[in-house]
Design a protein around this ligand. Structure first.
Ligand SMILES: Cc1cc2nc3c(=O)[nH]c(=O)nc-3n(C[C@H](O)[C@H](O)[C@H](O)COP(=O)(O)OP(=O)(O)OC[C@H]3O[C@@H](n4cnc5c(N)ncnc54)[C@H](O)[C@@H]3O)c2cc1C
Length: 314
């Protein structure tokens, strides 16, 4: 930190930061929900969109953390990463609270733990983000952007949202918006996590299911005993959504045929689950949901029913 002597950390923060962390909800040591209040007016945006969060390289990393060597000239720079705006889903009185009605922005973030043996540079932002406490300042971008939205969804359409991990964030914003609009079609929110404890909105999801007949939250796991131990009485194997979709089990679990005739599909999170192949790219040995949905009649091109949209987190 000696190289930040020309400008003190306090000065750097005051020059670069424009928002305050107002609440931190820790789900596990590696996963949290945070609420952030940008200075000034909260701009309008569409549920599903994202914004940039940033912290300076001068901020400390949570420990234990990967070794990182920051070049001198970067030490006064900001690290910026995109984050989907999530949603608190309920207010203090138990009423629905959409992300647009809240006077803060909620984010759902995983601490990325790179491997020291890995040749990729160590993750830069999340080890610093996880060091923040309530009242701390940070940077938020002024532009809220993205086409991963509910555009084109009619009130009676089925909406099927499929995520891995924190990819659930934009889906929670969309779900709350649809329910608050009185959407009558089915809303199916499917998330795969390693362990059940890695699902940061389980209580809210259950409350929504208890309240809305057309809402279904399906949590799939890959590392619980019933996923790993064939002798477990409830053994189901690792619940990868691609396998469940192909076998027809996903349709059974959500209680819907997932037909392109009346369904909008959304995929968010891990690129392997999504399986996007750029034009001219080699087909994947293990196809992702994008390919599987396309084989089932969905299309990435046209808005309207049968449209599949995706948001890759890396
Ligand atoms: C449009 C968009 C929206 C995003 N929204 C979110 C969000 O709501 N919540 C969120 O946690 N992340 C989100 N991300 C990812 C986020 O931008 C960062 O890449 C992530 O937080 C890691 O930042 P880092 O600087 O610590 O690691 P980086 O130095 O950026 O390292 C990136 C590596 O971390 C891994 N990684 C990235 N994101 C995740 C993740 N979410 N879970 C597990 N591993 C990951 C990948 O292996 C990737 O190669 C989003 C990305 C995009 C493009």
């Amino acid at each position: 930190m000696s190289s930040t002597t020309t400008q003190s950390v306090a000065q750097l923060r005051s020059t670069n930061y424009n928002a305050t962390l107002t609440e931190r909800i820790d789900i596990t040591p590696d996963l949290f929900r945070i609420r952030i209040r940008p200075d000034g007016e909260l701009p309008r945006f569409e549920p599903g969109q994202y914004v940039v969060l940033g912290l300076g390289y001068w901020e400390p990393r949570v420990q234990p953390s990967q070794r990182e060597s920051v070049p001198e000239k970067k030490l006064t720079k900001l690290i910026r990463r995109a984050y989907s705006i999530s949603c608190p889903m309920f207010d203090g009185e138990g009423g629905l609270l959409t992300c647009q009605a809240a006077d803060f922005w909620e984010f759902y973030v995983a601490l990325v733990r790179g491997d020291d043996a890995d040749s990729a540079p160590p993750p830069a932002l999340t080890p610093r983000l996880f060091g923040l406490t309530v009242g701390d300042r940070l940077f938020v971008g002024s532009k809220i952007t993205g086409t991963y939205t509910l555009a084109g969804v009619a009130p009676t359409d089925t909406v099927c949202l499929i995520a891995t991990g924190t990819g659930e964030a934009p889906h929670n914003a969309m779900v709350t918006e649809l329910l608050s609009r009185g959407h009558t079609g089915k809303i199916l929110n499917v998330t795969t996590v390693r362990h059940r404890r890695d699902a940061g909105y389980r209580a809210e999801q259950q409350r929504l299911m208890d309240r809305y007949e057309n809402y279904r939250y399906l949590l799939l796991t890959t590392r619980e005993p019933e996923n790993l131990d064939p002798k477990h009485p409830d053994f189901v194997g690792r619940q990868y959504v691609q396998d469940l979709f192909t076998s027809g089990r996903l349709a059974e679990l959500v209680g819907d045929p997932l037909s392109p005739d009346n369904t909008h599909a959304y995929l968010c999170g891990n690129p392997a689950m999504i399986g996007f192949v750029p034009p001219g790219g080699q087909p994947l040995t293990r196809p992702g949901m994008l390919t599987l949905l396309q084989h089932a009649g969905f299309t990435a091109e046209e808005p309207g029913c049968g449209h599949v949209r995706f948001e890759k987190y890396w």
